[in-house]
Design a protein around this ligand. Sequence first.
Ligand code: FNR
Length: 322
Amino acid sequence: MNPVHADFFAGGAGEERTLKANTDAYARRRIIPRVLRGTGPRDLRTTVCGTDLSMPVLIAPTAFHLLAHPAGETGTAAGAAAAGTAMVVSMAATQPIEQIATAGATLWFQLYPQPDTAFQDALIGRVTKAGVKALVVTVDSPVLGHRRRDLRNGFTDLPDGLACANMDGRDIVMDAALGWPHIDRLRAATGLPLILKGILHPADAALAVEHGADAIIVSNHGGRQLDGAIATLDALPAVLGATGGRIPVLIDGGIRTGTDVLVALALGATAVLVGRPVIRGLAAGGAHGVRETLETLRAQLDHGLALAGAQRPADLTPDLIT
Ligand code: FNR
């Protein structure tokens, strides 16, 4: 891969402390396994917001897949379909949603709230028509994070011939003026499940429930927005305390192994999303590479469940983690 693009995919904001904190938080946890529970074969299937998944692992929305592999987002979606899980398509996807949909995966669509609500409504109509099953609204980006690698590399624009293919030639606007009224408007504008991505503070988690969110994703954008922000795994318990089981709570950031997935589920997440590992799989082997990445996580999670004395994700409880 072009090293400038590799830096775009791998990098975080500022000193990359939060980027590192996300993976460190998993490395700090240890599992206290149960034994002799007669678990037998495992069953990893999960349903989130009406979407059936073969396992509680989804593909996080990430930008510009054509920079990673010529198959682009359609390749990623084919990998998701083969693994029986869902892909969250980024608003910054480099292929049209209608094309990505041909891969046959269950798709959710990620949206940065746009101040031009007429355009936003049209885009929601377009992705709904393409068969998208949920809207993921990213709320952690009132402004773009300071990505020093990109600044150093002068990576500001996509190469000629590539564009955000669902934006009708527009730029994605990040608008610090937007607030909860914009979420209320989105809530009224769509019958699709509405999922807020980028919640870290328990007070915001409670507000998300009050404003009708169907789920939230505890996320710090993979350490690419506010450097110094809390690791997502460390933020999870307080968020769960605030939501009190009223809506599913998903998490992303720093999940690299099946046992990381196990830890997140045991601490109360309904499912997890993975970003960079999927991009690496795509870069290395297109759709097949994405599938391999997901199947590796599945095999590790399955093995971890067996060794921890659990049959299903729901058997995992916080007492298994220290
Ligand atoms: C992202 N992320 C992201 N999130 C989002 O809502 N819209 C987007 O367009 C992007 N784009 C994007 C590009 C790249 C290269 C990365 C690495 C990340 C954030 C993403 O959805 C997710 O929160 C993190 O990637 C999760 O962390 P891990 O799994 O990469 O550690």
